[in-house]
Design a protein around this ligand. Structure first.
Ligand code: 1PR
Length: 605
Protein backbone atom coordinates (compact mmCIF):
# COMPACT_ATOMS: atom_id res chain seq x y z
CA UNK A 1 0.00 0.00 0.00
CA UNK A 2 1.36 3.40 -0.83
CA UNK A 3 0.31 6.85 -1.78
CA UNK A 4 -2.12 9.52 -0.75
CA UNK A 5 -5.01 7.19 -0.06
CA UNK A 6 -3.13 5.24 2.63
CA UNK A 7 -3.14 6.01 6.34
CA UNK A 8 -0.69 4.35 8.71
CA UNK A 9 -2.27 3.18 11.94
CA UNK A 10 -0.44 2.48 15.18
CA UNK A 11 -2.66 -0.14 16.84
CA UNK A 12 -1.29 -2.36 19.58
CA UNK A 13 -4.39 -4.49 20.05
CA UNK A 14 -5.42 -3.22 23.48
CA UNK A 15 -8.98 -2.16 22.83
CA UNK A 16 -11.45 -1.08 20.25
CA UNK A 17 -9.56 0.43 17.37
CA UNK A 18 -12.07 -1.03 14.97
CA UNK A 19 -14.08 2.20 15.13
CA UNK A 20 -11.09 4.25 14.05
CA UNK A 21 -10.45 1.79 11.24
CA UNK A 22 -14.08 1.94 10.20
CA UNK A 23 -14.10 5.74 10.24
CA UNK A 24 -10.94 5.91 8.12
CA UNK A 25 -12.38 3.44 5.62
CA UNK A 26 -15.71 5.26 5.63
CA UNK A 27 -13.79 8.36 4.51
CA UNK A 28 -12.32 6.41 1.59
CA UNK A 29 -8.81 5.61 2.83
CA UNK A 30 -6.84 2.36 3.09
CA UNK A 31 -4.98 1.42 6.24
CA UNK A 32 -1.42 0.24 6.68
CA UNK A 33 -0.67 -1.18 10.14
CA UNK A 34 2.53 -0.42 11.98
CA UNK A 35 4.49 -3.55 12.81
CA UNK A 36 8.00 -2.16 13.08
CA UNK A 37 9.56 1.21 13.88
CA UNK A 38 10.37 1.59 10.17
CA UNK A 39 6.66 1.55 9.36
CA UNK A 40 6.33 4.70 11.47
CA UNK A 41 9.28 6.42 9.83
CA UNK A 42 7.95 5.58 6.37
CA UNK A 43 4.39 6.79 7.01
CA UNK A 44 2.83 9.60 4.97
CA UNK A 45 0.38 10.28 7.77
CA UNK A 46 0.07 8.48 11.04
CA UNK A 47 -2.90 8.01 13.36
CA UNK A 48 -2.29 6.78 16.91
CA UNK A 49 -5.56 5.91 18.66
CA UNK A 50 -4.22 5.11 22.11
CA UNK A 51 -6.47 2.77 24.07
CA UNK A 52 -6.17 1.08 27.44
CA UNK A 53 -3.94 2.31 30.22
CA UNK A 54 -0.84 4.53 30.02
CA UNK A 55 1.75 2.07 31.40
CA UNK A 56 1.04 -0.88 29.08
CA UNK A 57 0.91 1.52 26.12
CA UNK A 58 4.36 2.86 27.04
CA UNK A 59 5.58 -0.72 27.39
CA UNK A 60 4.57 -1.30 23.78
CA UNK A 61 6.30 1.87 22.63
CA UNK A 62 9.42 0.62 24.36
CA UNK A 63 9.43 -2.51 22.21
CA UNK A 64 10.83 -2.77 18.74
CA UNK A 65 7.76 -4.51 17.39
CA UNK A 66 5.00 -6.69 18.80
CA UNK A 67 2.98 -9.79 18.31
CA UNK A 68 0.21 -8.92 15.88
CA UNK A 69 -3.34 -9.94 16.82
CA UNK A 70 -2.43 -10.52 20.45
CA UNK A 71 -5.45 -11.78 22.34
CA UNK A 72 -4.49 -10.42 25.68
CA UNK A 73 -2.09 -7.92 27.08
CA UNK A 74 0.30 -10.54 28.43
CA UNK A 75 2.80 -9.70 25.75
CA UNK A 76 3.24 -6.30 27.34
CA UNK A 77 5.40 -7.90 30.01
CA UNK A 78 7.73 -9.41 27.45
CA UNK A 79 10.72 -7.78 29.18
CA UNK A 80 13.61 -5.84 27.70
CA UNK A 81 14.47 -6.70 24.14
CA UNK A 82 17.87 -6.34 22.51
CA UNK A 83 18.14 -2.65 21.74
CA UNK A 84 17.25 -1.70 18.22
CA UNK A 85 15.23 1.28 17.19
CA UNK A 86 12.12 1.29 19.41
CA UNK A 87 8.60 2.18 18.34
CA UNK A 88 8.58 5.10 20.78
CA UNK A 89 11.88 6.43 19.41
CA UNK A 90 10.53 6.20 15.89
CA UNK A 91 7.41 8.05 17.00
CA UNK A 92 9.45 10.84 18.61
CA UNK A 93 11.56 11.21 15.49
CA UNK A 94 8.47 11.23 13.27
CA UNK A 95 6.76 13.92 15.36
CA UNK A 96 9.88 16.04 15.78
CA UNK A 97 10.27 16.17 12.02
CA UNK A 98 6.74 17.65 11.82
CA UNK A 99 5.18 14.87 9.79
CA UNK A 100 1.36 14.56 9.77
CA UNK A 101 0.30 12.94 13.05
CA UNK A 102 -3.00 12.56 14.85
CA UNK A 103 -3.07 11.13 18.37
CA UNK A 104 -6.42 10.20 19.87
CA UNK A 105 -7.21 10.05 23.62
CA UNK A 106 -4.29 8.13 25.16
CA UNK A 107 -2.49 8.97 21.91
CA UNK A 108 -2.52 12.58 23.17
CA UNK A 109 -1.59 11.77 26.77
CA UNK A 110 1.45 9.68 25.81
CA UNK A 111 3.07 12.76 24.25
CA UNK A 112 3.45 14.32 27.71
CA UNK A 113 6.32 13.84 30.16
CA UNK A 114 4.58 11.41 32.48
CA UNK A 115 1.26 10.14 33.81
CA UNK A 116 -0.02 9.40 37.30
CA UNK A 117 -2.07 6.48 35.95
CA UNK A 118 -0.71 3.50 37.93
CA UNK A 119 2.41 5.55 38.15
CA UNK A 120 4.17 7.83 37.81
CA UNK A 121 4.99 6.40 34.40
CA UNK A 122 7.31 8.16 31.97
CA UNK A 123 5.76 9.29 28.67
CA UNK A 124 7.35 10.30 25.37
CA UNK A 125 8.26 13.69 26.83
CA UNK A 126 7.45 15.78 23.77
CA UNK A 127 5.07 18.14 25.60
CA UNK A 128 5.77 19.57 29.07
CA UNK A 129 3.32 18.41 31.73
CA UNK A 130 2.05 15.52 33.81
CA UNK A 131 -1.17 13.67 33.03
CA UNK A 132 -3.24 13.37 36.21
CA UNK A 133 -6.61 12.03 37.32
CA UNK A 134 -9.71 14.20 37.43
CA UNK A 135 -10.54 15.16 40.98
CA UNK A 136 -14.02 13.78 41.73
CA UNK A 137 -14.07 15.59 45.09
CA UNK A 138 -14.92 18.83 43.30
CA UNK A 139 -18.33 17.42 42.49
CA UNK A 140 -17.86 16.15 38.95
CA UNK A 141 -18.31 12.51 38.07
CA UNK A 142 -15.27 10.55 37.00
CA UNK A 143 -14.74 9.10 34.41
CA UNK A 144 -15.64 12.10 32.30
CA UNK A 145 -17.98 10.42 29.82
CA UNK A 146 -20.11 12.10 27.22
CA UNK A 147 -20.57 14.84 24.68
CA UNK A 148 -18.87 18.06 25.66
CA UNK A 149 -18.19 21.47 24.16
CA UNK A 150 -14.68 22.71 23.31
CA UNK A 151 -13.18 26.14 23.80
CA UNK A 152 -10.93 26.70 20.79
CA UNK A 153 -7.88 28.73 21.75
CA UNK A 154 -5.78 28.51 18.63
CA UNK A 155 -6.32 27.88 14.95
CA UNK A 156 -6.31 24.22 14.13
CA UNK A 157 -7.75 23.36 10.74
CA UNK A 158 -8.90 19.94 11.88
CA UNK A 159 -11.30 21.62 14.33
CA UNK A 160 -12.72 24.04 11.77
CA UNK A 161 -16.09 22.27 11.62
CA UNK A 162 -16.42 21.63 15.36
CA UNK A 163 -17.48 25.16 16.24
CA UNK A 164 -20.47 25.03 18.57
CA UNK A 165 -20.94 21.27 18.46
CA UNK A 166 -20.36 18.61 21.10
CA UNK A 167 -17.69 15.92 20.74
CA UNK A 168 -17.43 12.65 22.63
CA UNK A 169 -15.00 12.18 25.53
CA UNK A 170 -14.38 9.16 27.71
CA UNK A 171 -11.43 9.31 30.13
CA UNK A 172 -10.45 9.58 33.79
CA UNK A 173 -7.04 11.19 33.24
CA UNK A 174 -6.27 14.50 31.60
CA UNK A 175 -3.41 16.88 30.83
CA UNK A 176 -3.64 20.40 32.21
CA UNK A 177 -2.75 23.65 30.49
CA UNK A 178 0.29 25.49 31.84
CA UNK A 179 2.69 28.22 30.77
CA UNK A 180 5.12 25.51 29.71
CA UNK A 181 2.78 23.81 27.26
CA UNK A 182 0.49 26.65 26.17
CA UNK A 183 2.09 26.95 22.73
CA UNK A 184 0.86 23.41 21.96
CA UNK A 185 -2.76 23.86 23.02
CA UNK A 186 -5.44 24.34 20.37
CA UNK A 187 -8.52 23.78 22.55
CA UNK A 188 -9.51 23.20 26.15
CA UNK A 189 -12.61 21.82 27.79
CA UNK A 190 -13.96 22.72 31.18
CA UNK A 191 -14.99 19.92 33.51
CA UNK A 192 -14.69 21.51 36.90
CA UNK A 193 -11.29 22.73 35.70
CA UNK A 194 -9.83 23.42 32.27
CA UNK A 195 -8.04 20.46 30.71
CA UNK A 196 -6.35 20.09 27.34
CA UNK A 197 -8.85 18.91 24.72
CA UNK A 198 -6.50 19.13 21.73
CA UNK A 199 -3.01 20.14 20.76
CA UNK A 200 -1.57 21.29 17.49
CA UNK A 201 1.90 22.24 16.36
CA UNK A 202 2.55 22.35 12.63
CA UNK A 203 1.37 19.04 11.23
CA UNK A 204 1.19 17.39 14.61
CA UNK A 205 -2.30 17.11 16.12
CA UNK A 206 -3.75 15.20 19.04
CA UNK A 207 -7.21 15.20 20.56
CA UNK A 208 -8.44 13.99 23.94
CA UNK A 209 -11.92 13.33 22.52
CA UNK A 210 -12.84 10.54 20.13
CA UNK A 211 -13.51 11.84 16.61
CA UNK A 212 -14.40 8.31 15.49
CA UNK A 213 -17.23 8.32 18.08
CA UNK A 214 -18.38 11.91 17.61
CA UNK A 215 -20.81 11.36 14.76
CA UNK A 216 -20.61 13.61 11.69
CA UNK A 217 -18.65 16.27 13.55
CA UNK A 218 -15.98 13.75 14.47
CA UNK A 219 -15.79 12.40 10.93
CA UNK A 220 -15.15 15.95 9.74
CA UNK A 221 -12.19 16.22 12.17
CA UNK A 222 -10.69 13.06 10.70
CA UNK A 223 -11.44 14.19 7.15
CA UNK A 224 -9.69 17.50 7.72
CA UNK A 225 -6.64 15.73 9.11
CA UNK A 226 -6.51 13.27 6.22
CA UNK A 227 -7.19 15.87 3.59
CA UNK A 228 -6.13 19.28 4.93
CA UNK A 229 -7.55 21.14 1.96
CA UNK A 230 -11.03 19.65 2.31
CA UNK A 231 -13.84 22.15 2.61
CA UNK A 232 -16.56 21.98 5.21
CA UNK A 233 -19.18 19.37 4.43
CA UNK A 234 -21.08 19.75 7.63
CA UNK A 235 -23.62 22.42 8.39
CA UNK A 236 -23.87 24.29 11.66
CA UNK A 237 -25.51 22.79 14.71
CA UNK A 238 -28.88 24.20 15.67
CA UNK A 239 -27.67 24.98 19.20
CA UNK A 240 -24.63 26.31 20.97
CA UNK A 241 -22.77 23.70 23.01
CA UNK A 242 -21.42 24.98 26.30
CA UNK A 243 -20.94 22.05 28.68
CA UNK A 244 -21.31 18.31 29.17
CA UNK A 245 -24.55 17.30 27.50
CA UNK A 246 -27.01 14.88 29.03
CA UNK A 247 -27.00 11.72 26.93
CA UNK A 248 -29.97 9.94 25.37
CA UNK A 249 -29.18 6.27 24.79
CA UNK A 250 -31.12 3.83 22.63
CA UNK A 251 -31.14 0.28 23.98
CA UNK A 252 -31.64 -2.83 21.91
CA UNK A 253 -32.41 -6.00 23.83
CA UNK A 254 -31.23 -8.77 21.56
CA UNK A 255 -31.76 -12.52 21.65
CA UNK A 256 -32.20 -15.49 19.38
CA UNK A 257 -35.84 -16.20 18.68
CA UNK A 258 -37.36 -19.65 18.39
CA UNK A 259 -36.42 -19.82 14.70
CA UNK A 260 -32.77 -19.20 15.53
CA UNK A 261 -32.64 -15.60 14.23
CA UNK A 262 -31.00 -12.89 16.28
CA UNK A 263 -33.71 -10.25 16.77
CA UNK A 264 -34.32 -7.09 18.71
CA UNK A 265 -36.98 -7.76 21.27
CA UNK A 266 -38.52 -5.91 24.20
CA UNK A 267 -40.24 -7.17 27.26
CA UNK A 268 -42.64 -5.86 29.80
CA UNK A 269 -41.01 -6.28 33.18
CA UNK A 270 -38.49 -8.46 31.30
CA UNK A 271 -41.11 -10.81 29.81
CA UNK A 272 -40.31 -10.80 26.06
CA UNK A 273 -42.83 -13.44 24.95
CA UNK A 274 -45.93 -12.46 22.98
CA UNK A 275 -49.11 -13.23 24.91
CA UNK A 276 -50.43 -15.36 22.08
CA UNK A 277 -51.02 -19.07 21.56
CA UNK A 278 -47.58 -19.43 19.95
CA UNK A 279 -45.89 -17.64 22.85
CA UNK A 280 -43.19 -16.36 20.49
CA UNK A 281 -40.36 -14.02 21.35
CA UNK A 282 -41.47 -10.51 20.39
CA UNK A 283 -39.59 -9.62 17.20
CA UNK A 284 -39.04 -5.91 16.61
CA UNK A 285 -36.55 -6.13 13.79
CA UNK A 286 -32.94 -6.55 12.88
CA UNK A 287 -30.33 -5.24 15.33
CA UNK A 288 -27.94 -3.70 12.78
CA UNK A 289 -30.68 -1.83 10.90
CA UNK A 290 -32.31 -0.51 14.04
CA UNK A 291 -28.99 0.62 15.49
CA UNK A 292 -28.28 2.55 12.30
CA UNK A 293 -31.71 4.10 12.37
CA UNK A 294 -31.21 5.29 15.96
CA UNK A 295 -27.77 6.67 15.13
CA UNK A 296 -29.28 8.69 12.29
CA UNK A 297 -32.07 9.85 14.59
CA UNK A 298 -29.52 11.30 17.02
CA UNK A 299 -28.93 8.64 19.68
CA UNK A 300 -25.83 9.60 21.68
CA UNK A 301 -24.96 5.96 22.26
CA UNK A 302 -26.39 2.60 21.31
CA UNK A 303 -26.49 -0.33 23.75
CA UNK A 304 -26.99 -3.97 22.83
CA UNK A 305 -28.01 -6.26 25.65
CA UNK A 306 -27.69 -9.92 24.81
CA UNK A 307 -30.46 -10.84 27.20
CA UNK A 308 -29.95 -14.59 27.19
CA UNK A 309 -26.18 -14.23 27.58
CA UNK A 310 -26.45 -15.45 31.16
CA UNK A 311 -27.27 -18.94 29.93
CA UNK A 312 -25.68 -19.02 26.47
CA UNK A 313 -21.99 -18.58 25.87
CA UNK A 314 -21.44 -15.26 24.08
CA UNK A 315 -18.44 -16.42 22.08
CA UNK A 316 -20.59 -19.23 20.75
CA UNK A 317 -23.04 -16.51 19.80
CA UNK A 318 -21.27 -15.45 16.65
CA UNK A 319 -24.25 -13.53 15.28
CA UNK A 320 -23.91 -11.08 18.19
CA UNK A 321 -20.27 -10.49 17.31
CA UNK A 322 -21.30 -10.00 13.68
CA UNK A 323 -23.94 -7.51 14.77
CA UNK A 324 -21.24 -5.48 16.48
CA UNK A 325 -18.92 -5.69 13.49
CA UNK A 326 -21.55 -4.57 11.00
CA UNK A 327 -22.99 -1.91 13.27
CA UNK A 328 -19.62 -0.32 13.97
CA UNK A 329 -19.03 0.09 10.22
CA UNK A 330 -21.65 2.81 9.98
CA UNK A 331 -22.51 3.91 13.49
CA UNK A 332 -20.05 6.52 14.77
CA UNK A 333 -21.25 6.91 18.34
CA UNK A 334 -20.24 4.68 21.28
CA UNK A 335 -21.52 1.11 21.32
CA UNK A 336 -22.01 -0.84 24.52
CA UNK A 337 -22.63 -4.55 24.64
CA UNK A 338 -23.79 -6.59 27.62
CA UNK A 339 -24.89 -10.10 28.44
CA UNK A 340 -22.93 -13.17 29.44
CA UNK A 341 -19.69 -11.52 30.47
CA UNK A 342 -18.21 -14.05 32.90
CA UNK A 343 -15.79 -16.96 33.01
CA UNK A 344 -17.07 -19.93 31.04
CA UNK A 345 -16.06 -23.54 30.41
CA UNK A 346 -17.45 -24.96 27.18
CA UNK A 347 -18.65 -28.50 26.46
CA UNK A 348 -15.11 -29.55 25.52
CA UNK A 349 -13.73 -28.39 28.84
CA UNK A 350 -12.02 -25.31 27.38
CA UNK A 351 -11.98 -22.45 29.83
CA UNK A 352 -12.60 -18.89 28.65
CA UNK A 353 -11.98 -16.01 31.01
CA UNK A 354 -14.39 -13.11 31.19
CA UNK A 355 -11.48 -10.99 29.94
CA UNK A 356 -11.34 -13.07 26.76
CA UNK A 357 -15.09 -12.68 26.30
CA UNK A 358 -14.84 -8.91 26.77
CA UNK A 359 -11.79 -8.71 24.49
CA UNK A 360 -13.75 -10.40 21.72
CA UNK A 361 -16.56 -7.89 22.16
CA UNK A 362 -14.07 -4.99 22.05
CA UNK A 363 -12.37 -6.36 18.97
CA UNK A 364 -15.74 -6.70 17.29
CA UNK A 365 -16.57 -3.03 17.76
CA UNK A 366 -17.79 -2.48 21.32
CA UNK A 367 -16.51 0.57 23.17
CA UNK A 368 -17.86 -0.52 26.54
CA UNK A 369 -19.01 -3.81 27.98
CA UNK A 370 -21.83 -4.08 30.46
CA UNK A 371 -21.74 -6.71 33.21
CA UNK A 372 -24.93 -7.77 34.99
CA UNK A 373 -25.16 -11.01 36.97
CA UNK A 374 -21.44 -11.52 37.41
CA UNK A 375 -21.06 -8.08 38.99
CA UNK A 376 -23.74 -8.96 41.55
CA UNK A 377 -21.83 -12.07 42.65
CA UNK A 378 -18.58 -10.09 42.75
CA UNK A 379 -20.14 -7.34 44.88
CA UNK A 380 -21.72 -9.84 47.30
CA UNK A 381 -18.35 -11.51 47.81
CA UNK A 382 -16.54 -8.20 48.21
CA UNK A 383 -19.03 -6.98 50.81
CA UNK A 384 -18.80 -10.31 52.66
CA UNK A 385 -14.99 -10.52 52.78
CA UNK A 386 -13.89 -6.91 52.35
CA UNK A 387 -11.17 -8.24 50.03
CA UNK A 388 -10.56 -7.25 46.42
CA UNK A 389 -9.24 -10.42 44.83
CA UNK A 390 -8.41 -8.77 41.52
CA UNK A 391 -9.85 -11.86 39.86
CA UNK A 392 -13.46 -10.87 39.24
CA UNK A 393 -14.51 -10.05 35.68
CA UNK A 394 -15.13 -6.47 36.74
CA UNK A 395 -11.65 -6.00 38.18
CA UNK A 396 -9.85 -7.78 35.37
CA UNK A 397 -11.58 -6.00 32.52
CA UNK A 398 -11.31 -2.58 34.08
CA UNK A 399 -7.63 -3.13 34.88
CA UNK A 400 -6.84 -3.95 31.25
CA UNK A 401 -9.24 -1.69 29.37
CA UNK A 402 -9.74 1.07 31.92
CA UNK A 403 -12.82 1.55 34.12
CA UNK A 404 -14.42 3.85 31.54
CA UNK A 405 -14.91 0.73 29.39
CA UNK A 406 -16.86 -1.18 32.05
CA UNK A 407 -20.53 -0.56 32.79
CA UNK A 408 -22.38 -2.46 35.50
CA UNK A 409 -26.00 -3.13 34.66
CA UNK A 410 -28.24 -3.36 37.73
CA UNK A 411 -31.66 -5.03 37.51
CA UNK A 412 -33.41 -4.20 40.77
CA UNK A 413 -36.98 -4.81 41.89
CA UNK A 414 -38.74 -2.51 44.35
CA UNK A 415 -39.68 -4.20 47.64
CA UNK A 416 -42.08 -2.15 49.74
CA UNK A 417 -41.73 -2.07 53.50
CA UNK A 418 -43.88 -0.84 56.34
CA UNK A 419 -40.84 -0.28 58.52
CA UNK A 420 -37.44 0.90 57.21
CA UNK A 421 -35.63 -1.24 59.79
CA UNK A 422 -37.13 -4.47 58.47
CA UNK A 423 -34.10 -5.14 56.23
CA UNK A 424 -30.35 -4.72 56.54
CA UNK A 425 -30.21 -2.86 53.21
CA UNK A 426 -30.48 0.85 52.48
CA UNK A 427 -34.13 1.86 52.42
CA UNK A 428 -35.83 5.02 51.25
CA UNK A 429 -39.10 6.77 51.92
CA UNK A 430 -40.91 6.38 48.60
CA UNK A 431 -42.63 9.23 46.81
CA UNK A 432 -45.68 7.06 46.03
CA UNK A 433 -46.72 4.60 48.75
CA UNK A 434 -46.97 0.89 47.96
CA UNK A 435 -50.19 -1.07 47.30
CA UNK A 436 -50.83 -1.49 51.02
CA UNK A 437 -49.85 2.02 51.96
CA UNK A 438 -46.20 1.12 52.61
CA UNK A 439 -44.09 4.24 52.87
CA UNK A 440 -40.67 2.63 52.51
CA UNK A 441 -38.87 0.43 50.02
CA UNK A 442 -35.55 -1.16 49.25
CA UNK A 443 -34.37 -2.18 45.81
CA UNK A 444 -33.42 -5.83 45.59
CA UNK A 445 -30.85 -6.76 42.94
CA UNK A 446 -31.57 -9.69 40.66
CA UNK A 447 -29.51 -11.91 38.35
CA UNK A 448 -30.22 -13.95 35.22
CA UNK A 449 -32.51 -11.42 33.60
CA UNK A 450 -34.56 -10.72 36.71
CA UNK A 451 -35.24 -14.39 37.37
CA UNK A 452 -33.50 -14.61 40.74
CA UNK A 453 -33.50 -12.10 43.60
CA UNK A 454 -30.24 -11.75 45.54
CA UNK A 455 -29.49 -10.64 49.11
CA UNK A 456 -28.07 -7.27 48.10
CA UNK A 457 -29.61 -3.86 47.47
CA UNK A 458 -29.01 -1.56 44.49
CA UNK A 459 -27.40 1.01 46.80
CA UNK A 460 -24.93 -1.50 48.28
CA UNK A 461 -24.20 -2.99 44.86
CA UNK A 462 -23.50 0.38 43.26
CA UNK A 463 -21.03 1.37 45.98
CA UNK A 464 -19.25 -1.99 45.83
CA UNK A 465 -18.90 -2.11 42.04
CA UNK A 466 -17.55 1.42 41.96
CA UNK A 467 -14.80 0.27 44.33
CA UNK A 468 -14.17 -2.81 42.22
CA UNK A 469 -13.61 -0.76 39.08
CA UNK A 470 -16.92 -0.02 37.35
CA UNK A 471 -16.81 3.20 35.34
CA UNK A 472 -20.53 3.68 34.89
CA UNK A 473 -23.82 2.26 36.15
CA UNK A 474 -26.75 1.31 33.97
CA UNK A 475 -29.63 1.46 36.41
CA UNK A 476 -32.69 -0.45 35.27
CA UNK A 477 -35.85 -0.97 37.30
CA UNK A 478 -37.87 -4.10 36.60
CA UNK A 479 -41.05 -2.56 38.02
CA UNK A 480 -40.91 0.29 35.51
CA UNK A 481 -39.62 -1.56 32.44
CA UNK A 482 -41.97 -1.78 29.47
CA UNK A 483 -44.32 -0.08 27.09
CA UNK A 484 -46.76 2.74 27.56
CA UNK A 485 -50.28 1.60 26.87
CA UNK A 486 -51.70 5.11 26.86
CA UNK A 487 -49.43 6.23 24.05
CA UNK A 488 -50.14 3.11 22.02
CA UNK A 489 -53.83 3.64 22.48
CA UNK A 490 -53.63 7.25 21.32
CA UNK A 491 -51.65 6.34 18.21
CA UNK A 492 -53.97 3.49 17.47
CA UNK A 493 -56.99 5.75 17.58
CA UNK A 494 -55.32 8.06 15.12
CA UNK A 495 -54.40 5.32 12.71
CA UNK A 496 -56.38 2.69 10.99
CA UNK A 497 -56.91 -0.06 13.55
CA UNK A 498 -56.30 -2.83 11.01
CA UNK A 499 -52.68 -1.69 10.66
CA UNK A 500 -51.54 -4.13 13.22
CA UNK A 501 -52.79 -7.05 15.15
CA UNK A 502 -51.02 -6.71 18.47
CA UNK A 503 -52.99 -3.90 20.11
CA UNK A 504 -54.42 -6.07 22.85
CA UNK A 505 -50.97 -7.03 23.99
CA UNK A 506 -50.07 -3.41 24.42
CA UNK A 507 -53.24 -2.41 26.12
CA UNK A 508 -52.84 -5.23 28.60
CA UNK A 509 -49.20 -4.72 29.28
CA UNK A 510 -46.79 -2.05 30.08
CA UNK A 511 -45.35 0.50 32.37
CA UNK A 512 -43.95 3.55 30.55
CA UNK A 513 -44.96 5.85 33.36
CA UNK A 514 -41.57 7.41 33.84
CA UNK A 515 -38.23 6.53 35.39
CA UNK A 516 -38.07 5.51 39.05
CA UNK A 517 -36.76 8.83 40.32
CA UNK A 518 -36.43 7.62 43.93
CA UNK A 519 -34.15 4.79 42.84
CA UNK A 520 -32.08 6.93 40.49
CA UNK A 521 -31.47 9.58 43.11
CA UNK A 522 -30.59 6.93 45.70
CA UNK A 523 -27.95 5.36 43.47
CA UNK A 524 -26.56 8.51 41.87
CA UNK A 525 -26.01 9.94 45.36
CA UNK A 526 -24.19 6.77 46.39
CA UNK A 527 -21.47 6.87 43.73
CA UNK A 528 -19.24 9.34 41.94
CA UNK A 529 -19.25 7.52 38.60
CA UNK A 530 -21.89 8.42 35.99
CA UNK A 531 -25.32 6.80 36.32
CA UNK A 532 -27.48 5.97 33.31
CA UNK A 533 -31.17 6.04 34.23
CA UNK A 534 -33.13 3.27 32.55
CA UNK A 535 -36.63 1.75 32.42
CA UNK A 536 -40.00 3.40 32.19
CA UNK A 537 -39.66 6.22 29.66
CA UNK A 538 -43.03 6.62 27.98
CA UNK A 539 -43.16 10.32 27.11
CA UNK A 540 -40.71 13.12 26.40
CA UNK A 541 -41.49 14.71 29.78
CA UNK A 542 -40.05 11.67 31.53
CA UNK A 543 -36.62 12.58 30.18
CA UNK A 544 -36.76 16.16 31.44
CA UNK A 545 -38.01 14.87 34.80
CA UNK A 546 -35.12 12.50 35.23
CA UNK A 547 -32.53 15.12 34.33
CA UNK A 548 -34.05 17.89 36.41
CA UNK A 549 -34.91 15.84 39.48
CA UNK A 550 -31.93 13.48 39.74
CA UNK A 551 -28.21 13.55 39.04
CA UNK A 552 -28.41 11.02 36.19
CA UNK A 553 -25.83 11.64 33.47
CA UNK A 554 -27.76 9.81 30.77
CA UNK A 555 -31.18 8.33 30.13
CA UNK A 556 -31.61 5.05 28.32
CA UNK A 557 -34.82 3.85 26.76
CA UNK A 558 -36.00 1.03 24.60
CA UNK A 559 -39.77 0.77 24.18
CA UNK A 560 -40.42 4.43 23.44
CA UNK A 561 -37.96 4.29 20.54
CA UNK A 562 -39.17 0.93 19.26
CA UNK A 563 -42.84 1.87 19.19
CA UNK A 564 -43.02 2.66 15.55
CA UNK A 565 -41.39 -0.65 14.71
CA UNK A 566 -43.92 -2.48 16.84
CA UNK A 567 -46.97 -0.54 15.86
CA UNK A 568 -46.34 -0.49 12.18
CA UNK A 569 -44.70 -3.81 11.61
CA UNK A 570 -47.82 -5.12 9.88
CA UNK A 571 -48.18 -2.10 7.59
CA UNK A 572 -47.27 -2.17 3.90
CA UNK A 573 -43.64 -1.20 3.17
CA UNK A 574 -44.75 2.16 1.71
CA UNK A 575 -46.92 3.01 4.67
CA UNK A 576 -44.24 1.80 7.05
CA UNK A 577 -41.72 4.09 5.38
CA UNK A 578 -44.11 7.01 5.59
CA UNK A 579 -44.73 6.41 9.26
CA UNK A 580 -41.02 6.04 9.98
CA UNK A 581 -40.48 9.50 8.48
CA UNK A 582 -43.42 10.82 10.39
CA UNK A 583 -42.14 9.83 13.83
CA UNK A 584 -38.63 10.64 15.03
CA UNK A 585 -38.82 10.01 18.75
CA UNK A 586 -35.15 10.56 19.67
CA UNK A 587 -35.15 13.95 18.00
CA UNK A 588 -38.45 14.81 19.69
CA UNK A 589 -36.99 13.85 23.06
CA UNK A 590 -33.99 16.08 22.48
CA UNK A 591 -36.00 19.02 21.21
CA UNK A 592 -38.12 18.77 24.31
CA UNK A 593 -35.03 18.66 26.56
CA UNK A 594 -33.56 21.71 24.86
CA UNK A 595 -36.80 23.58 25.35
CA UNK A 596 -36.68 22.64 29.03
CA UNK A 597 -33.17 24.04 29.35
CA UNK A 598 -31.35 20.68 29.47
CA UNK A 599 -28.21 20.71 27.33
CA UNK A 600 -28.15 17.87 24.80
CA UNK A 601 -26.25 17.15 21.63
CA UNK A 602 -28.29 18.04 18.56
CA UNK A 603 -27.56 16.68 15.12
CA UNK A 604 -26.16 19.09 12.60
CA UNK A 605 -28.77 20.61 10.34
O1 1PR B 1 -26.52 -10.84 33.54
O2 1PR B 1 -24.39 -10.06 32.56
O3 1PR B 1 -25.76 -11.74 31.38
O4 1PR B 1 -26.47 -9.36 31.55
C1 1PR B 1 -27.76 -9.50 31.05
C2 1PR B 1 -28.23 -8.15 30.61
O5 1PR B 1 -29.46 -8.34 29.90
C3 1PR B 1 -28.50 -7.20 31.75
O6 1PR B 1 -28.07 -5.92 31.38
C4 1PR B 1 -30.02 -7.20 31.89
O7 1PR B 1 -30.51 -5.92 32.23
C5 1PR B 1 -30.48 -7.55 30.48
N1 1PR B 1 -31.70 -8.37 30.46
C6 1PR B 1 -31.80 -9.65 30.85
N2 1PR B 1 -33.08 -10.07 30.62
C7 1PR B 1 -33.75 -9.07 30.09
C8 1PR B 1 -35.15 -9.09 29.67
O8 1PR B 1 -35.73 -8.08 29.28
N3 1PR B 1 -35.78 -10.26 29.73
N4 1PR B 1 -33.17 -6.79 29.52
C9 1PR B 1 -32.88 -7.98 29.99
C10 1PR B 1 -33.51 -5.80 30.31
C11 1PR B 1 -32.83 -3.82 29.60
C12 1PR B 1 -33.36 -2.59 30.05
C13 1PR B 1 -34.45 -1.99 29.18
C14 1PR B 1 -34.87 -0.80 29.94
C15 1PR B 1 -35.57 0.22 29.13
N5 1PR B 1 -33.79 -4.77 29.51
O9 1PR B 1 -32.20 -1.75 29.96
O10 1PR B 1 -33.92 -1.80 27.92
O11 1PR B 1 -35.64 -1.26 31.04
O12 1PR B 1 -36.80 -0.28 28.72
P1 1PR B 1 -38.04 0.69 28.48
O13 1PR B 1 -37.50 1.99 28.01
O14 1PR B 1 -38.84 0.01 27.43
O15 1PR B 1 -38.74 0.79 29.78
P2 1PR B 1 -25.76 -10.57 32.30
Amino acid sequence: LAGESVVTLLDYGAGNVRSVRNAIRHLGYDIKDVNTPEDILNANRLIFPGVGAFAPAMDVLNLNGWVPNANSLEFFSAGPLPHQFLLGEALIEYIKSDRPFLGICLGLQLLFESSEENGPVKGLGLIPGVVGRFDSSIGFRVPHIGWHALKIVKDSEILDDVGDCHVYFVHSYRAMPSDDNKEWISSVCNYGEDFIASIRRGNVHAVQFHPEKSGDVGLSVLRRFLQPTSTATRKASSQKASKLAKRVIACLDVRTNDKGDLVVTKGDQYDVREHTKENEVRNLGKPVELAQQYYKDGADEVSFLNITGFRDFPLGDLPMLQVLRYTSENVFVPLTVGGGIRDFTDANGRHYSSLEVASEYFRSGADKVSIGSDAVYAAEEYIRTGVKTGKTSLEQISRVYGNQAVVVSIDPRRVYLKNPDDVEFKTIRVTNPGPNGEEYAWYQCTVNGGREGRPIGAYELAKAVEELGAGEILLNCIDCDGENELYCFQVTCLLVPQLFSGINDFLLSGQGKGFDLDLIQLVSDAVSIPVIASSGAGAVEHFSDVFKKTNASAALAAGIFHRKEVLFSSASPQLFQFLMEFMIPIRSVKEHLLKEGVEVRMLTA
